[in-house]
Ligand binder design. Sequence first.
Ligand code: FAD
Length: 460
Amino acid sequence: MIPRKIVNTPTFETLQDNFSGRIFVSGDNQYDIERRVHNGMINRHPAAIVQCISNADVVDALDFAMNNGLEISIRGGGHNVAGRAVADDGLMIDLSQCKGMWVDPVNRRIRAQAGLTWAEFNRETQIHGLATTGGAVSSTGIAGLTLGGGFGYLMGKYGYTIDNLLSAEMVRLNGDVVNASETENQDLFWALRGGGGNFGVVTALEYQLHPVGPTIQGGLIAYPYQDARNMLTFFRHQSVELEDEFTVVAALTHARDGSGDKLAAMLACHCGDSQRANQDIDKLKSFGTPVIDAMGELAYNELNQLLDPGVPKLDRYYWKSCFVDHFCDDVISLLLERFSNSPSQKSKFFIEHFHGAILRKKSSDTAFPHRSAGYSILMIAQWEHESENEENILWAKETFDLLQPYTRDGAYSNYMDDDDYSMRTQQAFGENYSRLQTVKNQYDPENRLHRNLNIRPCIK
Ligand SMILES: Cc1cc2nc3c(=O)[nH]c(=O)nc-3n(C[C@H](O)[C@H](O)[C@H](O)COP(=O)(O)OP(=O)(O)OC[C@H]3O[C@@H](n4cnc5c(N)ncnc54)[C@H](O)[C@@H]3O)c2cc1C
């Protein structure tokens, strides 16, 4: 193990004085637990983890970081695969204990603090049979996912998560607490819908909710790998006909029964009326003979947790992703060939389809610009042991490179790994980048918040 360099860390006692949350530094019992994020590849040692539970905590934490020249990282749910939530020797502003939420069932709205996960959020909204577009894995944080855009099972009907964001409360680097919405700080509101943690620490998010659940039609159906080509072709035909209420995701994955068997699968969510939902699900299930059939009526919360066991915390992950206009035969062949040679029995490909509500906004309406029909291909290399790092990372990178002739311009910041952060900023923001720079200039001209898909302030 390489010895870590000794740095002059400031004493945190002054910060501790009035702090409501907890502060962990190296040597504290829980430090080694709290510093870890979802991806086991990330093993960094911050100078301190400050678990804020109020806006005043965030104000003090930012003030402390600014005065002591500490690098700032912000943690919501800790799912960012590149591990941007934690920096060696930095101050981790950890919002994971901010769990308050208030549902207004009459106006179908929720105000939610930034440390919630989608499991916690949905548990509360589902009491009222309400939901909004959120992450497909329930342990993902609402804050990072929302600020990056937000793909999910409800996006055909209700758009990306950002399309349902009504307002956000943010602590600025200077300690001011501001609100951003269509009527207040409009430029900031625009920028927060895709621009991530570039502007300040978001402490609360207000969303529009919609009638969904408590039960819906959907779930998972999986087929033997020999049927994979036909299933992916079937998925392509189905996906171009989907009504807004119906979202279908295709996957190449591995059985979780220890056999390591490769499988082709479809995940679905229908949030429309039950008769139509039954018909659409029956049509989807008309393909082939499944080896796993968990598709039918199920609780929306159950759907949200279906994938959780397959992506445990502290497994090792390396992600690549791209957009394609057409899920053509050549792309299918390439994915099949690459998946057959996956070095790990945990890796997966997910193919998400874009249709419906997300396409009805303009690219310039939100900082997140990607609103064309087509598909996202997410390549998840996942393994357990350090000795397997190299081959798995290489496998994902090579798959991504081989897909390049078929991809369109664009990148999703929430699906990026480290290398992408330095190379794909322009692809992620497209023509919205210069407007984002203007907002960055206003809120963070010195680029103190750079542990994100970084928008560089423009030098005047
Ligand atoms: C298993 C898994 C499943 C996923 N599924 C989906 C999915 O279905 N759909 C989808 O769109 N994405 C999905 N993602 C990607 C996910 O959107 C990103 O990883 C996102 O960054 C997670 O947010 P977080 O709060 O958990 O992450 P964190 O690692 O805590 O935060 C990531 C970054 O977001 C910024 N940030 C977080 N909170 C705040 C805040 N309060 N204020 C300011 N900035 C903040 C910071 O820059 C931070 O470094 C998934 C990721 C994983 C690992």
